[in-house]
Write a protein that binds this ligand. Sequence first.
Ligand SMILES: CC(C)(COP(=O)(O)OP(=O)(O)OC[C@H]1O[C@@H](n2cnc3c(N)ncnc32)[C@H](O)[C@@H]1OP(=O)(O)O)[C@@H](O)C(=O)NCCC(=O)NCCS
Length: 171
Amino acid sequence: MVPEMAEVLAAGELTLRLLEPADHAELHAIFSDPRTHTIGSGPVRDAEETRQWLDRRRVRRTEHGVAWYAVRRPDGSMIGTAGLLIGRTEPHPEIGFEIRHQDQRRGFGTAAAMAVVAEAYRAGFEQVWATVRPWNVGSLRALDRVGFRPQRVERDEHGELICLLHRATVA
Ligand SMILES: CC(C)(COP(=O)(O)OP(=O)(O)OC[C@H]1O[C@@H](n2cnc3c(N)ncnc32)[C@H](O)[C@@H]1OP(=O)(O)O)[C@@H](O)C(=O)NCCC(=O)NCCS
């Protein structure tokens, strides 16, 4: 049976709400910001690419039960996204999260990731993984705070990737 993650999650002062087509403009502002979108192939220039990514989230939710959320402040502004994907760690989901540059290092990434992981288990996933480049100190630090622990290092065309598994009880 496909897990069913909730449409809305609370994370302290933040609200995580399932991404939808109407979020496109705010999402693209984050994806196209070179100070924020330092992962993958860098900032996304083409708004259509962001639209296709958004469309794929809906398909992945139907296929695998993985949800991806807009992270919003109490005033409604979108400061980032967080969610699950099925990829390198299939059949188990992998977390992805991004907080816009001007709101980083204020605990929001950690809070959003914690909410996504808790909801993943509630919905029925048994493990949550993360894959991170060794240079991504902010991500590694936030994931450590959430309870992820390194398991192995893989390599792809962009270099090394640290694979971390979430541990419910932090050692
Ligand atoms: C990874 C990311 C989501 C973290 O979000 P954030 O809101 O800045 O994270 P937090 O404020 O919760 O920070 C958690 C810890 O990491 C530290 N940290 C955050 N960014 C850091 C950086 N660039 N360098 C060093 N430490 C950093 C914080 O100081 C904090 O440390 P503490 O535990 O000692 O207090 C954010 O840096 C980001 O969006 N990066 C670009 C996208 C990305 O890399 N996503 C992850 C892909 S695997």
